[in-house]
Design a protein around this ligand. Structure first.
Ligand code: OXD
Ligand code: MN
Length: 595
C-alpha cells in the first residue's frame, strides 16, 4: 500500500506500511489533531453507533460509549513483558519471548482491519518539545481510541514536526480485532520500544500512551536514562504564606488518587490560606534537574477517572471537570441524554439503560439476588485536565514542578498509622516497596486479603522489580536534594470496622504535617517503624473525630508489625539476588528495631 504521509520520517512511514500490510485496512488516516478532524470523527462514530452524542444543552461536547461486556477493565493476565531473557521481566510480570509474542499477535492482527480505517496518531507524553517528554505513535482502528487519545495526550501535526525526519518514538500498535478475549494480548517489548495490543477496546489496554507507554515502557527507559516513571499523582499545596510546595503520591488503583489530586480544602484550612493545585492524577515522570532536586511532570493531558462514587462531596473538582467535552464509558444512560452512576449527584433515575444497554431501574436484582448496577464499577470519564478548576499553572512547564515530598499508601484496616515519615531515603524506598492494600468487598477475592503492590507499580513495572528497587536506591544517591518520603493510610478502622479518619478534603490536615516536617517546623516521635506525629501537630480544628480516634490512628502495634515484617521477608525472597542488599538491610533493621 502506497502511503501519503504528512512527515518525512522514513522509519515511521515504513512502520505504518508494514503494519498496514499485516492488517489490510481499507484506508489510512493520519491524525492532525484539528477541530474539523475531531468533528468528522465524532460524526462518523455517532453514525456507526460507536458513540452516542449526549444532551448538548446539559452536557455539551460529551459522548457516551459502551465497551464489550467482556472488555471493561485492564487484562493483567493477558499483559506481557516480552524481553529476550525471561529473568529481565522478573517474577511479578507475565513473560513471553519476543519471537513467540510477535508470532501469536501477528496471527490475530492479520487482515483484522479489512474494511476498516487505520488511524495513525502521533502523540507526545508531556509538553511537546520538553526534554522530559517522549513521543509515541499509535496505530489503531478505533475512533473511540483516537478521541480518547486526543484528550489524554497531546496529538497531531505539532508532534510530527517535533519528531522531524529521524526522531525516536515508541511504536504503539493497537487493533480491536474481534474483541474476543481469546484473541486478546497486551504485549510490551521494552528492548525495542514497542507495544502491540490486540483484541481489547478498553482504556488501559487500548490507550497505549497511558499504562503501556507512560509506565511499563517508560519505567524501563527511566532505568536506562536515569529518571523515574511512577504511578503517582502530583499536587501543589499553596500554603498560607503563598508558597506552593509539590507532593507526588503513589497508591494502588482504587485508593482515591484522583480525589487527592484535586482535593478541596475543608473550610478551616481554606480560611488559614491553603489552596490545592492539580498537576496530575495518575502518572509522574521525575528527573533530577540542574538544582540537584527531583522535578516531575504529568505526561498526560487528561483524566481517565473512575465514575462511580464521584460526586460533589467526594470530588467537587472532578464533577466540574466533566460537564463538557467528556467521553463517558460504561456508565448508565438516562432518557434525557445525560448519564448516571452509583454515587452520582442528584436523584437515582427512575429508569435508564445500564452499562450493557439493558433497561434498568432501581431495585433490580440478578439471579443470585444481588442488586444490579446501572454503571459498571469500573466505568470511566475521560476529560481534559484543562477543565479542572484546580489546574496548576505549571502544567505546560517543560521542567514540571519540584517535588518536596513523596507519599506512599494503601488500604490497611488495622496496621499502618495515619501517617509516618521514613528515617531517610532508603527507608522511604523500603516503605514504598512494602506497600500493600487489603481487598474491599468491591474487588474480586477474599475481603481483607493483602495484596503487596510495591510503589503501586505491581501491574505497571516494565522490568525486574528487584532492579527497579535498586534504581530507586541509586536515584537517592544521585539526588543532592532528596524529597522526604512518607507513608499514609486513610483507611484505618476501629474494632467495629468503622473508618477512623474522614478522608477526602480532610486529608489536607495530614499534608500540612508532611510539609511542616519537610521544613523541620515540627518535631516527631521516633518509633520502630518511622517518625510519627505528635497528635497535637495534626490540626483537627472543626473536625468531630470519635473520642480517642487520633490516638488510635497514630498507634503502633508491635506484635502486628512483627508479623508484617515477616511477610516482607517472605515477599522479598522471590526477587532472589536481584533484590538490592540495601533493601535487605532495611528489612533486618526493622526486625531489630521491633525487638
Ligand atoms: C487506572 C488504574 O486506571 O490504576 O489508573 O487502574
Ligand atoms: Mn492508575
Amino acid at each position: 500500500m502506497k502511503i501519503k504521509a504528512p512527515t518525512q520520517h522514513k522509519k515511521l512511514i515504513q512502520w505504518v506500511q508494514e503494519m498496514a500490510r499485516m492488517t489490510r485496512p481499507e484506508k489510512i488516516v493520519w491524525i492532525d489533531g484539528s477541530e474539523e478532524e475531531k468533528k468528522k470523527l465524532e460524526e462518523e462514530a455517532v453514525q456507526s453507533g460507536e458513540l452516542v452524542r449526549l444532551n448538548p444543552k446539559k452536557l455539551p461536547g460529551c459522548f457516551y460509549h459502551r465497551s464489550d461486556p467482556s472488555d471493561v477493565a485492564r487484562s493483567e493476565n493477558l499483559t506481557y513483558i516480552c524481553t529476550q531473557h525471561k529473568s529481565d521481566a522478573g517474577p511479578t510480570n507475565n513473560w513471553m519471548s519476543p519471537k513467540e509474542a510477535y508470532k501469536r499477535a501477528r496471527k490475530i492482527f492479520s487482515g483484522s482491519m479489512k474494511g476498516r480505517t487505520l488511524y495513525v496518531i502521533p502523540f507526545s507524553m508531556g509538553p511537546v518539545g520538553s526534554s522530559f517528554s517522549k513521543v509515541g505513535v499509535e496505530i489503531t482502528d478505533s475512533i473511540y481510541v483516537v478521541l480518547n487519545m486526543r484528550i489524554m495526550t497531546r496529538i497531531g501535526q505539532p508532534v510530527l514536526d517535533q519528531l522531524g525526519s529521524d526522531g525516536s518514538f515508541t511504536k504503539c500498535m493497537h487493533g480491536k480485532a474481534d474483541l474476543n478475549i481469546g484473541h486478546r494480548l497486551i504485549l510490551h517489548f521494552p528492548e525495542e520500544n514497542t507495544i502491540w495490543s490486540v483484541g481489547s477496546g478498553y482504556g488501559g489496554n487500548a490507550l497505549l500512551g497511558k499504562k503501556c507507554l507512560a509506565l511499563r515502557i517508560a519505567s524501563y527507559l527511566g532505568k536506562r536514562e536515569e529518571w523515574m516513571a511512577e504511578h503517582m499523582l502530583i499536587l501543589g499545596i499553596e500554603k498560607p504564606n503563598g508558597q506552593i510546595q509539590y507532593v507526588a503520591a503513589a497508591f494502588p488503583s482504587a485508593c482515591g488518587k484522583t480525589n487527592l489530586a484535586m482535593l478541596v480544602p475543608p473550610e478551616g484550612m481554606k480560611k488559614k490560606g491553603y489552596r490545592i493545585w492539580t498537576v496530575g492524577d495518575d502518572i509522574a515522570w521525575m528527573r533530577i534537574d540542574t538544582d540537584g532536586g527531583l522535578w516531575a511532570i504529568n505526561p498526560e493531558a487528561g483524566f481517565f477517572g473512575v465514575a462511580p462514587g464521584t460526586n460533589s462531596k467526594s470530588n467537587p473538582n472532578a464533577v466540574l471537570s466533566i460537564q463538557k467535552n467528556t467521553i463517558y464509558t460504561n456508565v448508565a444512560l438516562k432518557p434525557d441524554g445525560t448519564v448516571w452512576w452509583e454515587g452520582a449527584d442528584g436523584e437515582i433515575p427512575e429508569e435508564a439503560l445500564d452499562w450493557r444497554g439493558k433497561p434498568w431501574k432501581p431495585g433490580l436484582v440478578d439471579e443470585a439476588g444481588n442488586p444490579l448496577r446501572g454503571a459498571h464499577p469500573n466505568s470511566r470519564f475521560t476529560a481534559p485536565i484543562s477543565q479542572c478548576p484546580s489546574i496548576s499553572f505549571r502544567l505546560e512547564q517543560h521542567h514540571g514542578v519540584p517535588i518536596s515530598a513523596i507519599l506512599f499508601g494503601g488500604r490497611r484496616a488495622r496496621l499502618a498509622p495515619l501517617v509516618m515519615e521514613s528515617f531517610d531515603w532508603n527507608h522511604g524506598v523500603y516503605l514504598g516497596a512494602t506497600v500493600a492494600s487489603e481487598k474491599t468487598a468491591a474487588a474480586e477475592g477474599v475481603v481483607g486479603e493483602v495484596r503487596r503492590d510495591p510503589m503501586a507499580m505491581l501491574p505497571f513495572c516494565g522490568y525486574h522489580m528487584g532492579d527497579y528497587f535498586k534504581h530507586w536506591m541509586d536515584m537517592g544517591k544521585k539526588l543532592e536534594k532528596q524529597p522526604r518520603i512518607f507513608h499514609v493510610n486513610w483507611f484505618r478502622q476501629d474494632k467495629d470496622g468503622q473508618y477512623l479518619w474522614p478522608g477526602f478534603g480532610e486529608n489536607l490536615r495530614v499534608l500540612e504535617w508532611v510539609l511542616n516536617r519537610c521544613e523541620d517546623k515540627v518535631a516527631a516521635v521516633k518509633t520502630s517503624i518511622g517518625y510519627l506525629p505528635n497528635p497535637k501537630d495534626i490540626d483537627t480544628t472543626g473536625l468531630s473525630l470519635p473520642k480517642g480516634a487520633l490516638h488510635e490512628l497514630l498507634s503502633v502495634n508491635i506484635q502486628d508489625w512483627r508479623a508484617e515484617q515477616e511477610e516482607h521477608e517472605k515477599y522479598f525472597k522471590q526477587f532472589g539476588n536481584r533484590l538490592p542488599t540495601e533493601m535487605w538491610r532495611e528489612c533486618h533493621s526493622l526486625k531489630r528495631r521491633l525487638g
